[in-house]
Design a protein around this ligand. Sequence first.
Ligand code: SAM
Length: 255
Amino acid sequence: MTDKGTSGPGNVSITLAGNGGSKTVDLYSDEGRDLVASLWVKLSSHYRVMYEPTWLGIPIIQFPTDIVMMEELIWKVRPDFIVECGLAHGGSAVMFASICELIGKGQVIGVDVEIRQYNRAAIMSHPMSKRIELIEGSSIDHSVVAEIKRRVAGAETVLVVLDSNHSRDHVLKELNLYGEIVTPNSYMVAMDGAQALVWDTPNGKEEWKEDNPLVAIHEFLKKNPNFQIDPHYTRMHITSSPDGFLRRLTAEELK
Ligand SMILES: C[S@@+](CC[C@H](N)C(=O)[O-])C[C@H]1O[C@@H](n2cnc3c(N)ncnc32)[C@H](O)[C@@H]1O
């Protein structure tokens, strides 16, 4: 990072060198902000920062900015059901449930291919457990999808969060299967598109360049114009879910 030598404290450029090239941008510009944000995501992924937060005592695998954005989204949508594919320890389900509790409505249905006994016990003994239902099975298994559809049938507002297997194929299947249950003006949040950004980090994988949720999101949107990316929920720029907040348009908007 260098002071450009000209007048004013804002006159700073930043140069990123490596991987066979170098790039210099003004720090205080959209380009500078985007570069620094992408570097933060790369470094934080390398240092596994997303494994640090807890919510009401339960580990939640998210960046803090994304946690705040989910709080805003739930407060706005006020869903009757939040379907979350990919539960892990359950911190995100507990977080969603705690916002529902403050709103005074809403049930979280958490799906995971493997719900470990100690995670299940921690979730089910948590004060927020009254707003959480668990389903063990693959999110793309037809019996799991059928069970979820049965539970949310007739609900006015359904919000879906996809945070399970982050391969392109799996996420694309989830987007197609779960898009149907998202109610108009609600959202489907496809998380971890930043896998596309971190493939070249020391612990990244070359295949993530193409095999990631972001590719699936863009493919899904090409065939599903009833969903639209809402940039409002990635406005912090530091996010693991770029282009991941998809709003289902209303019948009025689709006319
Ligand atoms: C990134 S973690 C979820 C993190 C969690 N949403 C949070 O914010 O704390 C991904 C989870 O997806 C689960 N998973 C992987 N493949 C799956 C599948 N086919 N169906 C459902 N869950 C799956 C894994 O077992 C793991 O617990």
